[in-house]
Design a binder for this molecule. Structure first.
Ligand code: UDP
Length: 393
């Protein structure tokens, strides 16, 4: 272990993929990191349970209320609040020799704080910086701050790194895919999990598929409901909650699920902490994002649960699944293709088992948690070391 002490900053207390990936890293570096969040929530609790030193910076509400689609001028009203936040982070960073921003708004605050605190900055980029995810103003701010202050950018996929460069990012982007611990997936009693879930939702022996993503329009749960219209015997579990102000989308999904063609076959399970058991309980894991997925942890998790996975062919999913070998890919937004792929897998138990087996082996090989943590350690320690050498030379 190194002498680096890291101040990690993340804007949310909710458990999205970026936060779950950070949870693994912070647990691994718990002796030499502090985490600062801009809002409270289950992420703070999980960090504490993992023995990580964590604090919540109050008074960030204005800054958090800026949406991804917001323009420049309307964002300026948060300047006084932002200044306080920057000062607080700069003061906290004095205990550390490195700032590590794990989200977009954390980057804004950390970039400015790194000037006052004179600390090097790493930005862990978990988002694809394109028009389908962020306004032009939000992209421009992030890119300029990263080019100005970040010593290094960690991108969670090549797709994320390419979008960063295409948006004008000039900093070195190191691609480190998320690693996922396979143990929780292999420790599950799949038969018992299947029996329990089927009893809970009352689907009998019908084929069962699952989407395991927070409810958000771009995650495309409506495509799963549409696909269920042309697969009349299939039941669908939607696992995930509307984490980031997506209540209106959940309401819309619930209305669609009440349509006569699918009524009784779409089951909303909300946000769950037992993803390995739930994935083991379904016949197919489906991923339905209609915009490029930055990485797609759920795809790897489905493979580790030894389930056939159908994912949409864009972004990070293309780096995870080899179509027809370790899973199936369909075009984003194509409910007909998704339904056809589901039918093909359900009709052929051998093909189903082969896909699941090859997917499992590929996920074990390509997405090891140890390799991911070691690669992140290296970036952190090299960045902190270089900065220390500059300061003392
Ligand atoms: N997840 C969870 N509970 C849920 C739904 C999802 O713990 O009810 C987890 C899921 O297992 C995965 C993460 O949330 O680890 C989502 O990560 P992904 O990269 O797929 O999407 P993101 O949230 O980053 O867009």
């Amino acid at each position: 272990m190194s002498n680096s002490r890291i101040l990690i900053v993340d804007q949310t207390g909710q458990l999205g993929g970026g936060e779950l990936s950070l949870l693994d890293f912070a647990r691994h570096r718990r002796k030499d990191c502090d985490v600062l969040l801009f809002s409270d929530g289950p992420f703070r609790e999980r960090l504490e349970q993992a023995g990580v030193s964590v604090a919540v910076e109050q008074g960030a509400n204005d800054v958090l209320a800026i949406s991804r689609e917001q323009g420049l001028w309307s964002s300026l009203r948060v300047v006084p609040n932002l200044a306080n936040l920057v000062w607080a982070v700069a003061m906290k960073s004095r205990r550390s020799n490195l700032l590590y921003a794990n989200s977009q708004k954390a980057l804004v605050v950390c970039a400015l704080a790194s000037v006052i605190g004179r600390r090097p900055l790493i930005w862990h980029l978990h988002d694809i910086l394109t028009a389908s995810h962020f306004s032009a103003a939000m992209r421009a701010i992030a890119i300029r701050l990263a080019n100005w202050r970040a010593s290094c950018v960690i991108a969670n996929s090549q797709a994320t790194a390419d979008a960063f460069a295409a948006a004008g990012g000039r900093r070195r982007a190191v691609v480190i895919h998320n690693g996922i611990d396979p143990a929780p997936f292999s420790n599950v009693d799949a038969e018992a999990a299947g029996t329990e879930l089927r009893r809970q939702i009352g689907c009998g022996d019908s084929p069962l598929v699952g989407v395991f993503s927070r409810l958000a329009f771009w995650k495309g749960q409506h495509i799963a409901i549409e696909a269920a219209r042309s697969t009349p015997d299939v039941h669908v579990v939607l696992v995930g909650g509307p984490l980031f102000d997506e209540q209106a989308y959940e309401d819309k999904l619930r209305r669609e699920a009440d349509n006569a063609e699918v009524r009784g076959r779409i089951h909303f399970l909300g946000f769950r902490n037992d993803i390995p058991a739930l994935m083991s309980a379904v016949d197919i894991v489906i991923h339905t994002s209609i915009a490029p997925e930055p990485f797609g942890r759920v795809i790897v998790e489905g493979m580790l649960a030894q389930k056939p996975v159908i994912a949409t062919a864009a972004g990070g999913a293309l780096e995870i699944i080899e179509d027809g070998v370790s899973g199936l890919l369909v075009q984003p937004g194509d409910a007909g293709a998704l339904a056809a792929a589901m039918r093909a897998i359900l009709a052929s138990p051998n093909e189903r088992a082969d896909l699941a087996c090859r997917g499992y082996e590929s996920a074990l090989r390509k997405f090891s948690l140890e390799a991911c943590l070691a690669a992140t350690d290296e970036v952190v320690d090299v960045t902190a070391g270089k900065s220390a050498r500059r300061r003392f030379s």
